[in-house]
Design a protein around this ligand. Sequence first.
Ligand SMILES: Nc1ncnc2c1ncn2[C@@H]1O[C@H](COP(=O)(O)OP(=O)(O)OP(=O)(O)O)[C@@H](O)[C@H]1O
Ligand SMILES: [Mg+2]
Length: 261
Amino acid sequence: MPKTLAVASLKGGVGKTTTCTNLAAYVAAMGIPTLLVDLDVQGGVRFGVGLDDYAGATLEDVLLRGRPPAEALIMTNRAELSVVLSGRFATDQSLEAYERAFEQDVTWLARLLPHFATADFTPQLILLDTPAGLGAIATSAMVAADGLILPVQCEPLSLRTLPPMLRRVLEVKSKYNPELNIEGVLLTMCAERQPAAADVARQVREAFPGGLVFDTVIPRHEELSISFAVGTPAVTLKTRAAGAQAYIQLGREVIMRLPEE
Ligand SMILES: Nc1ncnc2c1ncn2[C@@H]1O[C@H](COP(=O)(O)OP(=O)(O)OP(=O)(O)O)[C@@H](O)[C@H]1O
Ligand SMILES: [Mg+2]
C-alpha cells in the first residue's frame, strides 16, 4: 500500500506546488517510486516538472470522459517519478464540470488512486497537489490521503488560516477518513532575519506538539521559483542552493516516516 500525502492550505500561494514538485523529484531520485497527482485546475505541476508539451490524457479525461486511469499515468524521464496532470480545460465549461464532479462525490479520488498502479509502476508514495481553499477538490484529497502536509508561509496572514483548515481536517476525519493524520506543518518562504517571520515560526512550534511541525524550514529563495520557468525542480537543478537543500532535508524527513516495504 502506498502512503498518500496531500499538500493543502486555505491560503493561496504558500508553496504547495513548489513543495510537491521538489519533494516528488527528490523522493523519486532516492529510488522510491513516487506518483505526483495535480488536482489543481491551475496546473502548475506541468511546468514544475517539464511537461509543458504533454498532450495525452489527464485527470480531466478520466473524470469527465471515462478514459482509463492508466492512460493518464505519465512516466517521466526521471527514474521512479510518475505524474498525473489535472487537465487542459480548453473551455470554461470543462473547468466547471471538473469542479462539479468533485463536488458530487468527494470519495471518487480515494477510489481512483489505486488504479494508478500498473505492471511497470507501483508507487510507494503518492503526493497530491491541491488548490487553495476548502473546496471539494481539497476535501477529496483529504478523503484520499493518509497524511497532510500543511504549508504555512512565514507571515501572519498565512498563520491565521490554519485554524479553519484544522477544523476541516477534523470534519473529514469524522465523516470520511478516520485514518487521516497531520504529517506535518511546513514553514515555507521564511526570510529568517525578518522578525515577523521568526515570530510566526515560533508561534507554530508553540501551538503544535513535537513531531507535528517538520524540522525543516523552507527559506525564501529565488531559485525555487525559477524552476517553474525551466521545468526542473530546484532539488535536481541547483542541488547546492539553499532552497534545494531545504527540500532535500524535507525529503529525508518524509522518507524516514515512510512505512517499510
Ligand atoms: N521558498 C520560496 N521562495 C521563493 N519563492 C517561492 C518559494 N516557494 C514558492 N515560491 C514562489 O511563490 C509562488 C507561489 O508558490 P506555489 O505556486 O508553490 O504556491 P501554491 O501554494 O501552490 O499556490 P496556489 O495556492 O496558487 O496553488 C510561485 O511563484 C513560486 O515560484
Ligand atoms: Mg499550487
